[in-house]
Ligand binder design. Structure first.
Ligand SMILES: Cc1cc2nc3c(=O)[nH]c(=O)nc-3n(C[C@H](O)[C@H](O)[C@H](O)COP(=O)(O)OP(=O)(O)OC[C@H]3O[C@@H](n4cnc5c(N)ncnc54)[C@H](O)[C@@H]3O)c2cc1C
Length: 361
């Protein structure tokens, strides 16, 4: 019997992983990626944290999902897990959506280990508590190398620099869309059938910080706060800020990217962006950390984040596998740790239910 021909659209971490999984299952797989390299969009321009649950004290579904998925990620991509930083979570004294007491009760409740400890640059007067936690970073360059090697070893045909459209997807028995913020671009139905997302055009500054920061990563929570994460194998840090990182937000089927940022989005590190929120990141950070006036801005990554709309209360980041029609499945990636588990879910769906007779959108 001939193998199912499957097209996977999107060569980020989710598309690359599901392509390998389907090929191992015996499908004949073509992976389409419109950029010239794998993992060049959100899978590169993110905060690089391998989430274990610590960041989602209000989102129990996200915590459960990353906890369940961690073992499978580690088994497949363990070489890309980087343990070079001591990780801290600090609870802001003012305006936090979680108190220190509630945060510790959350960690105890879900079994996340911690110990009270303060990084040398943290302003203790600005936080109620700081704990050192057991988390790691993702080495994106290593992750990309692993993906490329696994795709080659499993016989996936990778078409880089190739945008898939409805026409190029004809002739495949099954199509898996793993296009994240472009998830509706190749949706098989009319606009009215497309799920809505909240799209956020995000900036991620890359900086050099004073030596006392080296070997430390910090998130201040919970709510409109900040984080800094040392990039695996370098002396540089990526900055996050829940408010200032976002240049534009839209809710609907497609993102709207402001004109001046179009050429920056998913284009790697932009060394001297004409539009940047870095000064706002820096001003904000002063409240919580010392020495930030010496931060040297090396450039910024820009990308579009896609999240479910109206999840402000829980801040949940689910990974969703949805069948859109009899030959199209959408795989929407929430947190990177879930990529292997959700690829297996897609494989299970295609194996058990290759061509469902009727299925709602
Ligand atoms: C600012 C930010 C910070 C984040 N921080 C973290 C974090 O610290 N830890 C974590 O776990 N998660 C984080 N996330 C979430 C995480 O980055 C995403 O869940 C994950 O990268 C999604 O992977 P993906 O493969 O689905 O998407 P992507 O990496 O965006 O890949 C989709 C690919 O599809 C391609 N594509 C689109 N349309 C087509 C087409 N028609 N034809 C061919 N190719 C197409 C695109 O070029 C792209 O390469 C963050 C996200 C953002 C935006």
């Amino acid at each position: 019997m001939e193998a199912d021909r499957v097209a996977v659209v999107g060569g980020g971490i989710f598309g690359s992983t599901v392509a390998v999984e389907l090929s191992r299952m015996g499908c004949s797989v073509v992976l389409f990626e419109r950029a010239s390299t794998l993992l060049s969009s959100a899978s590169r321009a993110n905060q690089r944290r391998l989430h274990r649950g610590y960041h989602y004290p209000r989102g129990m579904d996200t915590v459960a999902a990353v906890m369940r998925a961690f073992g499978a990620f580690k088994a497949e991509y363990g070489a890309a897990i980087h343990h070079g930083s001591a990780h801290y979570v600090a609870i802001a004294r003012r305006n936090s959506l979680v108190s220190a007491e509630r945060y510790l009760a959350f960690c105890d409740g879900v079994g996340l280990p911690y110990r009270e400890e303060y990084p040398p640059f943290l302003r203790r007067s600005a936080v109620e508590l700081s704990v050192r936690i057991s988390e790691a970073h993702i080495d994106v360059d290593e992750l990309r190398r692993l993906c490329a090697a696994k795709l080659a070893a499993s016989g996936v045909e990778v078409r880089l620099g190739t945008r898939a459209d409805r026409r190029s997807l004809r002739g495949f028995d099954q199509v898996v869309l793993a296009t994240y913020s472009a998830i509706n671009d190749t949706h098989p139905g009319p606009v009215s059938a497309m799920p809505e997302y909240q799209f956020e055009v995000c900036e991620k500054p890359l900086v050099e910080l004073p030596p006392m920061y080296l070997g430390h990563s910090l998130v201040v929570m919970d709510g409109p706060f900040m984080c800094l994460d040392q990039v695996a194998g370098t002396r540089n840090f990526l900055l996050g800020n829940v408010d200032h990182a976002i240049h534009a937000t839209t809710v609907g089927p497609y993102p709207l990217v402001p004109g001046p940022l179009m050429r920056y989005v998913n284009s790697g590190l932009i060394r001297r962006p004409t539009v940047t929120r870095f000064p706002a990141f820096q001003r904000f950070a002063h409240e919580f950390v010392t020495g930030f006036g010496e931060a040297h801005h090396l450039g910024s990554y820009f990308t579009v984040r896609a999240v479910l709309p109206h999840v402000e209360i829980t801040d949940d980041r689910p990974t969703l596998v949805r069948r859109l029609d009899e030959r199209t499945v959408a795989l929407f990636g929430g947190k990177i740790a879930t990529c292997v588990a959700s690829a297996r879910q897609v494989a299970g769906l295609l194996r058990e239910d290759p061509v469902p007779a009727t299925r709602g959108r």
